[in-house]
Design a protein around this ligand. Structure first.
Ligand code: PLP
Length: 440
């Protein structure tokens, strides 16, 4: 993230007004004199149900969607790959459940919230086209990945294949545990540009030996924006009797992920990213066929009610109110349509790619073929220092994107989602063009 954006009192009111449409906030709290008060309605926001999704949603529909988020209207937040805002229905649900819990932190309230947690599990399973018995509600993708690398019994003589561009929770986690338990990690290096499905599957198959036990990959890379052929790689692993872990941090909640078609053994995601759910909530899918092959890394009370959640979710007291709000995030996206959200995010990313391609000097690191990317776009802004450009966009233009860290492929990452508008994409391309042409 770059230098702090300049926030107006209206911005602060939006950011702090978290108690639903009826809430009013004294503007004097923001250094104002007088007794001016502002409601969500005044700010053009609402948590009312969305209209039915039209067959071909237009910009008006997407502006309606945007009005369910507290993001100020002039604040182009295009950084979904890092963290997303929760929608107002989710914020309201978390607030309602928290108030109920704080008013009565009793076993009865705990049990009532645990029932909503089970509703959330059913909705997660439906979204991913699997069964509730295969779903664990975690804290985040990192936890899910580590439950797998710590939970599978591995030792000397065993091999794990990892993709070189994996997130540390699916890369360093393996190499660290390899030192402790004596297994070997084999890395399939990242190739840029995206070499295509056949080349990738071939590279993984060539790395398999009779000692290989696990293949740990990433569905969409946060470092390149590339989309990987997860179904093909899971099939290759299955055919060789190897377990597959797919890190879905950058696909869950933006692509219409169908695990019944992908058929991984493990899949992980975070609700605070693309699903726009409560912070510090995530998912781990464990295929029913391999549930006897994973041990619990953390053992305590309050496990889930069904299937693998009984074994892996019992990790002591958690924020039950927040977990209960996960259900609302699934209803919000499900109501719009997961396929519709995927199309929209891809359309925004596509428009961004087309705009960036036309700017002299800009180099795209993300593959431009829609079969090889999702909604993350990474680029090098000519000879401009990416850090300076990012700061100028945040400070002067109220556009928030992020740095692409790492010595190779340095640049900036833009990750649009269904709460962004086409105007914001146009504004972003225009601003990048201005700075690349005239300097920061
Ligand atoms: C591919 C990938 N995996 C895992 C993570 C970790 O997500 P979390 O911090 O929610 O655990 C990220 C975060 O950006 C990611 O990009």
């Amino acid at each position: 993230m770059f230098a702090k954006e300049k926030l107006t009192r209206r911005d602060f009111a939006r950011l702090l007004s978290i108690s639903g449409s009826a809430a009013l906030f004294p503007m004097s709290a923001f250094g104002q004199t007088g007794n001016g008060r502002v409601s969500l309605g005044d700010l053009g926001l609402t948590s009312a149900p969305l209209p039915r999704t039209p067959a071909d949603p237009d910009e008006k529909f997407w502006h309606d969607v945007r009005s369910r988020f507290l993001l100020p209207r002039d604040f182009a937040f295009i950084n979904a790959a890092n963290l997303c805002p929760a929608s107002l229905p989710v914020v309201d649900a978390a607030d309602k459940f928290t108030r109920q819990y704080e008013a009565s932190p009793t076993p009865a309230t705990h049990s009532a919230l645990a029932k909503v947690r089970e509703d959330a599990r059913t909705l997660i399973a439906a979204a991913l086209r699997v069964t509730p018995e295969e779903i664990v509600i975690t804290r985040n993708t990192s936890e899910g990945n580590n439950y797998v690398s710590s939970g599978i019994h591995l030792g000397a003589g065993d091999e794990v294949i990892v993709f070189g561009d994996n997130h540390p929770s699916n890369l360093l986690a393996w190499t660290d545990k390899a030192k402790r338990f004596g297994f070997t990690v084999v890395t399939v290096p990242n190739v840029n540009p995206h070499p295509g499905t056949d080349a990738l599957v071939d590279a993984f198959i060539r790395a398999v030996t009779p000692r290989t036990k696990v293949m740990a990959i990433t569905h969409v890379s946060s470092n390149s924006g590339d989309l990987f052929p997860a179904a093909e790689l899971c099939k290759a692993a299955r055919d060789k009797g190897v377990l597959s872990l797919v890190d879905g941090a950058q696909s869950f909640g933006v692509l219409d992920v169908d695990l019944s078609a992908m058929r991984p053994d493990f899949y992980t995601g975070s609700f605070h990213k693309w699903p726009c759910g409560p912070k510090e909530t995530g998912v781990l899918f464990v295929n029913k066929d391999v549930q006897d092959r994973i041990w619990a890394s953390l053992i305590s009370l309050y496990g889930g009610a069904v299937g693998i959640s009984k074994k892996l979710e019992g990790n002591g007291q958690r924020d039950d109110a927040k977990i209960a709000a996960v259900a609302e995030a699934l209803k919000f996206q499900g109501g719009i349509g997961r396929d519709v959200i995927e199309r929209r995010s891809r359309a925004l990313a596509g428009a961004l790619i087309e705009g960036l391609k036309k700017i002299n000097g800009v180099q795209l690191w993300t593959h431009t073929d829609p079969d090889r990317h999702a909604a993350i776009v990474i680029f090098k802004p000519g000879s401009l220092d990416p850090r300076k450009l990012g700061a100028a966009l945040a400070e002067n233009e109220k556009i928030v994107i992020t740095m692409r860290a790492g010595a190779d492929r340095p640049g900036l990452r833009i990750s649009p989602h269904f709460f962004n508008t086409m105007d914001e994409i146009d504004r972003t391309v225009g601003a990048i063009k201005k700075y690349v042409t005239t300097g920061v």
